[in-house]
Write a protein that binds this ligand. Structure first.
Ligand code: ZN
Length: 136
């Protein structure tokens, strides 16, 4: 996990957060073993801002990978910097319920949860499948 934390902290240093001042870094490990990171990118038109997790996913997909095996998010402050609701959905698109999400501060790990814990009863690609599957 140290490699993920190092990548996320490096990305966090490049965060563009002039409005909130709240910088976030995220990194993901793909099934191919690659590590992709991203930072939050704010915009003066606030809704056009991008979360660090979404930036990391964009880097992974852009590199031709589509399967996340591990996620790490790092942010500052006393509260856990867990992925926002939108990012939970975006992560689930390329992961599964058992995928670990490490929530860290710059000093290290604070908590590890799974995607299923963050997004129970998730709507995902399985819902659009033409084959009938049971709820998992
Ligand atoms: Zn988010």
């Amino acid at each position: 996990m140290d490699d993920l934390l190092k990548a996320a902290c490096a990305a966090k240093q490049n965060a563009y957060a002039p409005y909130s001042g709240f910088r976030v870094g995220a990194s993901i490990r793909s099934a191919g073993g690659g590590i992709y990171s991203g930072c939050n990118i704010e915009n003066s038109a606030y809704p056009e801002s991008m979360c660090a997790e979404a930036a990391a996913i964009a880097a992974m997909v852009g590199a031709g990978e589509k399967c996340i095996t591990e996620v790490l998010v790092v942010g500052d402050g006393e509260y856990l910097c867990s992925p926002c609701g939108g990012c939970r959905q975006q992560l689930y698109e390329f992961a599964d319920g058992n995928t670990p999400v490490h929530i860290c501060s710059s000093e290290g790990l604070r908590k590890t949860v799974t995607i299923a814990e963050l997004l129970p009863h998730a709507f995902g690609p399985q819902n659009l499948s033409t084959t009938k599957e049971t709820d998992s």
